[in-house]
Design a protein around this ligand. Sequence first.
Ligand code: AKG
Ligand code: FE2
Length: 345
Amino acid sequence: MGEPAINFADSEALLDGRLGDAQINSWRDRGFALVHNLLPVALLQTLKQDALGFYPAPGTDAAAHFHNFGSGQKFVFPAESSACNAITLHPSLLQAVADLLGVTIKELRLTQSDLWPKYGHGDSDDALDNTDQRIHCDYPNHSLVHPPEWDSPEAVEIIIYLNDYDECEGATAVVPREGPDDPAYPWPITQTPGVAGLDYVNDRSKAEAYMAEHRPEAAQFRQQHLYARELVARYRFGSVLFYRHDTWHRGRPVKSGALRLVQNLTFSKIGHDWLNVLHPGWCWSMYRGDKLMEKLVAESSVEQRGVLGFPLPGHAYWTPHTLAAVEARYRAFGIDMSPYRAALK
Ligand SMILES: O=C(O)CCC(=O)C(=O)O
Ligand SMILES: [Fe+2]
């Protein structure tokens, strides 16, 4: 019933906690995969409780302040919510991203993690309102350049849903890419507000009115090839949507009076310096009294640390001196440097 949706059946199968070929190929070929059962329910529930403890209840005056992106740093990695950090660096999530990109976890870097609320609130007068989004690709806010050739993706974007669709609606919609000649996916990707000199407008109706005035052909393209072909990601609690910097997509309106909570993440391949970390660097929080980041570094696995940019065992950074110095910094937090020591040249 309702609008065309991503095929639910494709979303189920997980082989030993890993993505199946159908999911990997869907992401690589069509630009997205919606996956259920990837992450532990109990951890997701804790994360949701942490978020509900912070965000105002729907319908309150305080909730009216949250109609744009982000958590005001509250859930930016490293967050006070340890569930948030554990989800961000969860081995199953890292493995899924590595499998999509066809690399090892050691070749990934975390470049975004934040938990965003979205309140259902009817029409808005604000061109920047985030509820009924204009269709877009995310690359302008992540990359200094343009996404690479389709078959050489360099990043994975992720939305983890902490509600059921029926409770909130507000599904993300995606436009599946149907091969290299798909008219929805011409190059360069510039037929969108905020790119190539066009003003940034987020709200769908205002964005499309703006496009119709300033780029009528692009406005026509967007109606015919993008909005007309969007598929909604009918998520449930814990579903994970994997998509790309060059996937056309948008957030759709959340049901009036509801609060949709999602964790947004991005992982990039190493060596792609034009892809920015969206937040203050991970070290910036090390001034905090809670010493959270130091603890996280000490408690993480070698691979998880690597995803944050910590040099891997065998890297030229490591000498007997640097090893002893880093150990001195993190010894109080219980770090085990033996994998780095074992790999010293
Ligand atoms: O919230 C959503 O469902 C999608 C959000 C999105 O695409 C964005 O903010 O860039
Ligand atoms: Fe987006």
